[in-house]
Write a protein that binds this ligand. Structure first.
Ligand code: ATP
Ligand code: MG
Length: 448
């Protein structure tokens, strides 16, 4: 079967081969093309050493970061094409990245170091598919199977256990029994995988179409990577508001929110504070007072350990903190939330709340969803009217107060903040004269 290799990738193959080297498309792009999916990027594997590759493209800017591992990134108008020298794996240090790489001139040896049979195929427009490990057959059967001895492969690099779950989620494949058994047996090694690599794989897993099913089927593996969430699995919810335990509820919420990383992570973490705040009343009903706050603690610790970028972590934590906003939401609260989260953050909050609610007791779902829709409609109106939501939108600013003769001091900032509060609550109009008069009163109280 012919694969439609884009012209800019064919040009890279041709340049390497006309210099006497061998070059193939490899890995994810071959797998995805055979599945009829659009490849994310086109990786090339070649017999040329990194220096030889660089010499073939003297006029092209290059990314050199991966050079020690054999990768030269060619910067093309269509994105970076990674060209990696055929490699065999050297010694492994504590089950992580290869400490050293050894190059080879044999493409089959390079394919043998790759993780799963479906990722270990190469393609060349003239020579066709190279598939020494039965990748095509496994693709047809929807099967993830390690290249070589599964235990050894997971012991070499425990990240492959998470990659296995990631591909199960994204491709909807099942894991071959021997591979899945070896993953279970070696799950303790997931502790050795860096936070950053764990985050990258789990984020892709969470965005997959089968995210919830995969986490359900492989929860022991997931909890080995993220022990912080293990208590959810034992957290029953004896409550008329719920039909699932906290773990199942979280999985249903993950499934019910749009597949953006921030929302999927927030859905997974939103009830992380439940196990440690659970109480049972005299009638045997469960309560989780303050679980939002407890969840914030847990989420902060986890996101920090997984080295989330600050802004992303902040957005996830805010969603965890606010996911239990009481319904219905009146105009004042919608404005306050819009002011605190910004329009996109508020949209995300409503999306999380919809997901959360849809995984609660069935009879509550339609009513609560309607209240969330109402809040969304209210926010639209408020934004369309251009109501003041921030200090920048206030009809007076710090300069106005200085011009009135007040000295620069923290009280000025506090006065403006208080004016904004009053405007948001509808106690004061956002009107210059009125606000100046109100500011004078506040500052007299304060400075007088
Ligand atoms: P996508 O780019 O769509 O996320 P991919 O299969 O291309 O999927 P990458 O992480 O880009 O995944 O890796 C490219 C290829 O490198 C894989 O297809 C696989 O052949 C190989 N590979 C990546 N990581 C490992 C690993 N930890 N162990 C063995 N082989 C790996
Ligand atoms: Mg890739």
């Amino acid at each position: 079967m012919a694969i439609a290799v884009p012209a800019y990738v064919r040009a890279v193959l041709a340049r390497l081969e006309s210099a006497g080297f061998e070059a193939w498309c490899v890995g994810g792009c071959v797998r995805d093309s055979l599945l009829g999916r659009r490849p994310g990027d086109w990786d090339i594997t070649t017999s040329a050493l990194p220096g030889e590759t660089a010499a073939c493209f003297p006029e092209v800017s290059r990314v050199e970061a991966g050079r020690a591992l054999g990768t030269v990134g060619l910067v093309t108008p269509r994105g970076v094409v990674e060209v990696t020298t055929y490699r065999v794996e050297g010694a492994y240090a504590s089950h992580r990245r290869p400490e050293e790489v050894a190059f080879t001139r044999q493409v089959e040896e390079d394919l043998a170091r790759r993780d799963f049979t479906v990722n270990a195929m190469a393609y060349h427009p003239e020579r066709g598919i190279l598939d020494p490990f039965g990748g095509r057959e496994d693709l047809a059967r929807g099967l993830l199977r390690c290249v070589g001895e599964p235990e050894q492969r997971f012991q070499e690099d425990a990240l492959r256990i998470l990659r296995c779950m990631r591909f199960a989620s994204v491709l909807g494949f099942v894991v071959d029994p021997e591979t899945s058994w070896a993953a279970e047996k070696n799950r303790g090694l997931l502790k050795t995988v860096s936070g950053e690599r764990t985050r990258e794989e789990l984020t892709k897993l969470l965005q997959g179409a089968r995210a919830a099913e995969t986490l359900r089927a492989y929860r022991t593996l997931f909890f080995a990577a993220v022990p912080e969430l293990q208590p959810l699995a034992a957290c029953t919810q004896e409550s008329p508001y719920h039909r699932f335990n906290a773990w199942e509820h979280s999985l249903h919420t993950v499934e019910a929110v749009p597949d953006r990383p921030v929302l999927r992570w927030a859905a997974l973490l939103h009830d992380g504070g439940k196990p440690c705040t659970k109480t049972l009343d005299e009638r045997g009903q469960a309560h989780f007072f303050g679980h939002g706050k407890a969840g914030v603690q847990l989420a902060r610790g986890l996101l920090d350990r997984l080295r989330f970028p600050g802004e992303e972590a902040r957005r996830i934590v805010t969603l965890v903190e606010r996911h239990g906003e009481p319904l219905p939401m009146g105009e004042t609260r919608v404005k306050r939330l819009l002011a605190a989260l910004g329009p996109e953050g508020f949209e995300d909050l409503l999306a999380l709340m919809r997901g959360d609610v849809s995984a609660q007791a069935e009879e509550l779902v339609p009513g609560r969803l309607a209240l969330i829709d109402q809040a969304g409609a209210l926010a639209k109106e408020i934004l369309a009217r251009g109501d003041c939501l921030t200090l920048a939108g206030l009809a007076v600013n710090g300069r106005d107060l200085l011009e009135l003769g007040y000295r620069p001091c923290p009280a000025l900032g506090r006065a403006l903040k208080s004016l904004l509060d009053q405007v948001l609550d509808g106690r004061e109009e956002n009107q210059r004269q009125k606000l100046l008069a109100r500011a004078a009163e506040l500052l007299e109280e304060n400075q007088g």
